[in-house]
Design a protein around this ligand. Sequence first.
Ligand code: SF4
Length: 382
Amino acid sequence: MAENEGKEEEKKFSIWDLPDVPMGKLPPHLELQRTRVVCNVDAPIHTESIQYSGAYASMGVDNSLRLDHFSNNFRVEVVRLTEEVMEFDMIGIDAAIANAFRRILIAEVPTMAIEKVLIANNTSIVQDEVLSHRLGLIPISADPRLFEYMSDNDQPNEKNTIVFKLHVRCKKGGPRFTVKSDELKWLPQGSEFVKDSRSATSSSNSKPETYTSFTCRQDSLPDFVNNAPGPKYLDIITAILGPGQEIELEAHAVKGIGKTHAKWSPVGTAWYRMLPEVVLLKEVEDDVAEELKRRCPVNVFDIEDIGNGKKSATVARPRDCTLCRECIRGGEEWEKRVALRRVKDHFIFTIESTGALPPEVLFTEAVKVLEDKCERVITDLS
Ligand code: SF4
C-alpha cells in the first residue's frame, strides 16, 4: 500500500512542474559577453555562444533556449534582392543554425548539371575529358524541383534527364570559331544518338534504341511549355575551333547536389558576417575626430558641428565596418575612444546564385532541407 502511494507521488511530480528560473537581468558586463563579440586590437574575445540553460543559474537568470522567445524574436529582413544576389539580415538565431543554412546552400540544395557527355566527334584541340568537364560547369537554367534524382539503375527518361545537342564546325579556310554555351540546343524528345546501329537495321519497324527512354516529349509537359531548359548564360566559352575542326556531342544533365560535385552547387557562394557595432566610448572632438574619420577606409564615421566652432565624431555607417581595426590601432588612447563589437545573433547573409534558381527560392529550399533533417532526427529518436 505504502509502495503504491510512493509511485503515485512520483507520478504527480515531473521536471516540467518545477517553477521556471526567473528571467532576471544580467549585469551589463555579462550581458555584453553573452550577446557581443568584442574585437580588441590583437584578437576578438567572447566569441563563444552561451546557449546552455544553466550558464547563469547561480545569478538567478534562466538562459535556456525557449521556442516562444525564438519565434517572437526571429526575423528575416531582405536588404537587397536582384536576380542573382540576395542580401538579408537573419536576426535572433545562433551561429550554428546560420552556418547550417550556409552549408546546405552550398552542398545540399539540388540543381541540374551536365553529367554525361556522349562525344560522336571531337577534332578540336580540347581533349574529350576537358571538354566534358567544361560543359559540366555551365549553369543550367531548369527548375530541379520538376525532376527526379537518377540512380545507377535508372533509365534516363523525361523525368530525370535533360538532353542537349552541340554540333559545330569551323569552315576550312575560314577564321577560328569560338564555341559558346549558346550552341547547346535542347532536345525535348531525348537522345538522338542510336545506341546500336545493328539493332536499328535488323528490325526496320521498331524505333532505334537511343541513349534515353523518353515516353513523351518534354516540351509537351505543361512545366516546360513556356520554360525551355538551357544554359543560363549564353556566352560561356567552351572551346575554340580551328579551320576544319568539328565537335559533335550530346550532353545529358541530371539532378544532383554540390556535396557530390561542385557543378551542382546552386550558389557561387553563400556567406555571412555578424552585424558590426561601432561604439564611441567618449566624445571624440575636433582634430581627433578628423583623425578618426581619416583612419577609417570605408567611411564609417561622420563629423558633426556641435556649435561654438566645435566638431564631434559620430558613427554614421556602422554596417559598413570591415573590422580592419585601423580606428583602434596606435595606442591605448584609441582603444579607450572606440569599441568594436559584433552582434552574436544578427547575421548579414548573402546568397549569390549561379542562376539555376533565384536566390530567394534557394533560401526557402535550404529551409526545407533543414526541416527534413530535423524531421529525420525526431523520427529516429521517437
Ligand atoms: S574597424 Fe576599420 S572599418 Fe571598422 S570603423 Fe574602424 S577603421 Fe572603420
